[in-house]
Design a protein around this ligand. Structure first.
Ligand code: IMP
Length: 441
């Protein structure tokens, strides 16, 4: 029995779904603990592509899938995702927390209008209402899933809330006001359709721990998008880091056995914000275009991803912030055709010239860092058929060994293609050796 957290160790879109899908096979319960339909997970099984935004990827294994209290749920999208899954998942296997917050129409409208009004300060949000839903949660004015099930409560909350939101919509953004009755009717109906999935999910997890079941906590987005530990303000509004799993699922840290980080073999980012290793020319285009199945566009928004070389400074930061036990490296095959491959192993402060191997701060000075690269010879051959570490070209092994050494963490899994079997397991990601802290910042 092992309770495992899988987190994105970069800016999101690391290929977490493939890794959670791999681990979900041996899990009994798969839990999403934060975020909403800003996430996009793609899993390819037998050539069939499944895209999830809200439902945990464990759904394809008929596991108990939990959408925890730390999530924000757009009911319309949830119901259409359930419909698209058809009978791939049974009702009793899909559980939505009573206390998860609900993304309402005014959140969607405000997210889009606020972004458009920000000018050069825009964040590049997915416009799925995520920030405004979490803002209302913190302001203690949110609507929770349980409220959708209670006619009286829902009506009374909307009667208070909608006139306030209409002031913002009409006066600040020149948008049409919402009507209480219309929103109530639509969202109460959503509640009725969702009711059969709604439970006290923290209790289900607690009971599963007692029954010695294997629980997999599936993070969305990535460490550098964490509200507290990411590149603020260019972040999402939740806690994708390992600590967020405890808060967002409603469990104590003592039940966690293992934390697995997922990183691409290079790096991508969607939306605005600093990205020291970003490559805008030929290299960026190549990373974006190589491999049709891996086309680098956001699953949720279809926006082209910004692409760049692996950043080991941020990698070390992720290992530290999440307390990673091991790493899964995805999309190694995307590097197959490069003559040379770079890793940023240190930063130089553009003003002072000082160099750093550890991130001095994720605050304002982060923007002032330029990468110092190590260059590796490319392997120039396909890795997509490799199924063990020793099958990999020697240059690819050197590249991975360098990353493991520099990040001071073992690489347990390497993914060399989108299919389930295009995976190299180097070390048991769950029962492998527990990482021992040996370095300081
Ligand atoms: P929001 O989460 O929609 O508010 O967007 C905030 C920032 O996080 C933007 O830069 C988004 O592009 C980014 N973001 C949100 N969700 C994801 C994701 O699943 N993958 C990658 N980036 C994301």
């Amino acid at each position: 029995m092992a309770n495992v957290i899988v987190v994105g160790a970069q800016f999101g879109d690391e290929g977490k779904a493939k890794v959670t899908d791999l681990l979900a096979k041996n899990a009994d319960v798969v839990v999403r603990y934060q975020g909403g339909c800003n996430a996009g997970h793609t899993v390819v099984v037998d050539g069939e592509t499944y895209k999830f935004h809200l439902i945990p990827s464990g759904a394809l294994y008929q596991k108990t899938c939990i959408m925890g209290p730390g999530m924000v749920i757009d009911p319309e999208r949830f119901l259409s995702e359930v419909e698209a899954l058809g009978n791939l998942i049974s009702v009793d296997k899909l559980r939505v927390s009573t206390t998860a917050h609900v993304t309402m129409p005014y959140h969607l409208m405000i997210d889009a209008a606020e972004e458009d009004s920000r000018g050069d300060q825009k964040i590049g949000t997915t416009k799925r209402g995520i920030g405004p839903t979490y803002a209302d949660k913190c302001a203690r004015s949110g609507i929770r899933v349980e409220d959708l099930l209670d006619e009286k409560v829902l009506r009374s909350k909307l009667e208070w809330m909608i006139p306030r939101k209409n002031v913002i919509l009409e006066r600040l953004y020149n948008l049409p006001p919402l009507k209480v009755e219309e929103v109530f009717t639509q969202y109460y109906e959503y509640g009725q359709r969702m009711a059969k999935y709604v439970s006290d999910t923290a209790a289900i997890i607690f009971n599963s721990v007692g029954q010695k079941k294997n629980i997999l906590f599936e993070g969305a987005q990535g460490t550098l998008l964490d509200l507290d530990h990411g590149s603020y303000p260019y972040v999402t509004s939740s806690s994708p880091t390992a600590g967020g799993a405890c808060i967002g699922a409603g469990i104590g840290p003592t039940i966690i056995d293992r934390v697995i980080g997922v990183s691409k073999a290079y790096m991508t980012r969607v939306g605005e914000g600093p990205f020291p290793t970003e490559q805008e020319g030929e290299v960026g285009d190549m990373l974006r275009q190589i491999g049709k199945a891996w086309a680098e566009v956001g699953v949720t928004t279809g926006r082209p991803r910004r692409c760049g070389w692996f950043d080991a400074v941020l990698g070390r930061y992720s290992v530290r912030i999440n307390g990673l036990d091991c790493l899964a490296i995805t999309k190694l095959d995307v590097l197959d055709e490069f003559d040379e491959i770079k890793i940023c192993n240190a930063y130089r402060d553009k003003t002072t010239g000082e160099t750093f191997k550890e991130l001095p701060s994720i605050g304002a000075s982060f923007k002032n860092m330029e990468p110092i690269y190590e260059t590796f010879k490319g392997w120039k051959s396909s890795t997509s058929e490799c199924r063990s570490y020793k099958d990999l070209p020697v240059e690819a092994r050197k590249y991975l060994d360098f990353l493991a050494d520099e990040l001071d963490v073992s690489i347990a899994i390497v993914s060399v293609g989108p299919q389930r079997d295009q995976t190299i397991v180097i070390e048991d990601p769950i029962h492998g050796p527990k990482r021992v802290l040996t370095r300081s910042t």
